[in-house]
Write a protein of this length. Structure first.
Length: 393
């Protein structure tokens, strides 16, 4: 009988089948066959300010579950699995130095793991308290010591104005009566205003305070302790933005209502005709000479008598920008009004050094300051106009 031979390839196949069938099912690990995990973060690094912040980072993965951990207790992390977000709660940095946290995000499929790191950089900042005030400020990481000294003195000069109610507007539209305003038609009708507490500068912003932050001095009448003037609206906004950035405070121009309430003396008002006196000479610096004279100039701030709140120069020296657009006052009672929503001009308040004696003692001067306007056009400036800062607690 003739022998039959099985081809080599067929014998190899049969041997393989026999080997596989002899293996128990428990020897097969499906995790070894898992698809490689994928992980993408919407950010590779985040820079945050020294103030407290909350942030979200989007996680993209081919698996629903992931974990996120932080190596720093000032950066608290949690995972929003449903929306695939990492939620960051970052505490304020009270140190001067920058600090860094590493967020580690991990996904796993089967026995395969993939991790990625996300760096959180928080700039330094120094919280500070000015003695006698119920607010604290955060010094910017890049502030110089000379800037800090000048700004500290400036903030120490903020005067607290407790909130309250008052009658806002020209108290008379009769030119023969005290309290009549040169712009009485725009400063009427008289109406009740309720204001929240705020702080306002004791003095107009000086040129030395301006130059501590800005590159150049726009003033026509130069002097370190004279009020900065000859400003455009944009320049004033830039100054306030820089001052706020360096301190962490919300510093701005007063609203017209805040300015008038403070000029009248707030809830300490004695009902004077001018800001602090019935006699203009006591509270207002002015000159009554030709503009060609070297004596035709502004004065160092604070040379005259203060008003009931301890505020200087609200009836003279330079007029002061307010945040409101110009427009007629409402007849209705108002709470913390901010003026019209739009316009070409902003309100300025207060008398100026150039008003002269003939105006300053006239009954045609509004009791706490002439109302006029400041153009919002970037190129338009006014050598008789400066600013005073306001802060809400």
């Amino acid at each position: 009988m003739k022998k039959r031979y099985i081809p080599y390839t067929l014998s190899l196949l049969l041997a393989t089948i026999l080997t596989l069938t002899s293996c128990e099912l428990k020897d097969f690990d499906p995790e070894e066959w898992a698809v490689e995990p994928e992980l993408t973060l919407s950010e590779s690094g985040i820079v945050v300010s020294s103030a407290q912040e909350s942030r979200q980072v989007k996680v993209t993965t081919n698996y629903n579950e992931f974990t996120a951990t932080s190596n720093q207790d000032w950066c608290i992390v949690s995972a929003d699995q449903q929306n695939k977000n990492i939620l960051l709660d970052i505490k304020a940095n009270n140190l001067a130095e920058q600090r860094t946290a590493i967020i580690t995000v991990t996904v796993k499929r089967g026995n395969k793991t993939l991790s990625k790191d996300l760096s959180i950089y928080q700039v330094g900042g120094k919280w500070d308290v000015i003695d006698g005030f119920d607010f604290k400020l955060r010094w910017s990481y890049d502030i110089s010591e000379s800037q800090k000294a000048i700004i500290t003195d400036q903030l120490k000069q903020l005067v607290r104005v407790d909130g309250g109610k008052f009658l806002m507007g020209a108290q008379s539209t009769d030119p023969e009566k005290p309290g009549y305003g040169l712009y009485a038609s725009d400063d009427n009708p008289v109406h009740e205003v309720t204001l929240s507490t705020f702080y306002i500068g004791k003095f107009e912003v000086t040129q030395s305070q301006w130059l501590a932050l800005m590159d150049s001095n726009p003033s026509r009448f130069v002097g370190a302790n004279k009020p900065v003037e000859n400003l455009t609206w944009n320049e004033a906004m830039d100054y306030l933005a820089k001052l706020s950035s360096l301190t962490g405070l919300n510093l701005q121009l007063p609203t017209q209502a805040q300015w008038e309430y403070a000029a009248r003396g707030g809830n300490k008002s004695m009902g004077y005709q001018y800001a602090g006196s019935d006699y203009y000479d006591e509270v207002a610096y002015y000159v009554n000479i030709s503009e060609d004279s070297p004596l035709f100039t502004t004065s160092v701030v604070g040379t005259k008598k203060a008003n009931e709140l301890g505020l200087y120069d609200m009836s003279g020296n330079v007029k002061e920008m307010c945040s409101d657009f110009s427009g007629a006052l409402t007849t209705n009672p108002a709470t913390d009004p901010t003026g019209p929503n739009r316009g070409e001009y902003h309100v300025a308040r207060g008398g100026t050094f150039a008003d002269g004696k003939s105006i300053s003692v006239s009954s045609t001067v509004y009791r706490v300051g002439i109302m006029s306007w400041v153009s919002q056009r970037p190129s338009k400036n006014d050598s008789y106009c400066g600013l005073r800062i306001v802060m809400k607690p």
